[in-house]
Design a binder for this molecule. Structure first.
Ligand code: SAM
Length: 217
């Protein structure tokens, strides 16, 4: 029986508390058994932004566990202009446990907004929209393009497929004509104000949450 314990994490200054840092300190008491535990984290503490279930686990063990229950939706984002939103989209995809994120266009993407969540998220790359579309066809995944364009169905009314690729454009140009042509379904988020569109990362979060609301058990 494991008699050790994970010390309680006190909220740090960033959360208005008097605790020193987020996360937990070194493991106290007899060490837990199991290949999922990282000896370094047990010895020195785990300050990562992970849910408590994964405290002291290795990255590989966390990814393996997420893989057992990933959702069947994928997220794709066009990356022709090094869009800063991509990191944030990866982080949200990780939070909702998406099957994978697909970067289309430039291979390099700005990881800052991901806050290292890309370690836990499968991220694939496709040179072109045609490559992404071919990949989606092979895997029988309809492509759902999200943009505020004429003819798009409000996402809250759309028949959002369970297994699919949710495709987003980038700040400025939005979805490319190739991306729109490759889509099986066009959806939009209803807007009521004066701005033409919302931020791409915010839009991706809303559409992913709509998928989760419909399909996640
Ligand atoms: C800032 S928008 C730019 C383009 C937009 N078509 C325009 O007219 O301004 C960047 C991306 O965010 C997503 N997006 C922004 N607002 C959206 C909305 N109302 N509905 C669906 N997607 C949206 C789309 O994927 C879009 O390509």
């Amino acid at each position: 029986m494991n008699e050790g314990r994970s010390p309680e994490a006190r909220p740090g200054p960033e959360a208005g508390g008097d605790g020193p840092e987020i996360g937990v300190g070194p493991w106290e008491g007899p060490l837990p058994e199991g290949a999922e535990y990282d000896p370094e984290l047990l010895a020195h503490g785990d300050r990562r932004n992970v849910v408590d279930r994964y405290r002291y686990w290795t990255v590989d063990a966390i990814v393996a566990d997420l893989d057992t229950r990933r959702h069947p939706f994928h997220v794709a984002i066009e990356n022709w202009q090094h869009d800063l939103n991509i990191g944030s989209i990866v982080r949200t995809a990780n939070a909702f446990n998406a099957a994978a994120v697909h970067i289309v266009g430039r291979r390099r993407w700005n990881r800052r907004g991901a806050m290292v969540t890309d370690r836990y998220q499968h991220v694939a790359h496709h040179e072109t929209i045609a490559d992404l579309a071919a990949w989606a066809r092979i895997h029988s995944l309809p492509v759902v393009a999200a943009d505020n364009l004429p003819g798009a169905v409000p996402v809250d009314e759309a028949e959002l497929p369970r297994a699919c690729v949710l495709l987003f454009g980038q700040e400025g140009p939005g979805l490319s004509p190739e991306a729109l042509a490759a889509a099986d379904l066009h959806v939009e988020i209803r807007q009521f104000g004066s701005t033409r569109s919302i931020n791409a990362a915010a839009a991706a979060a809303i559409v992913m949450h709509e998928w989760v609301r419909r399909w996640a058990v």
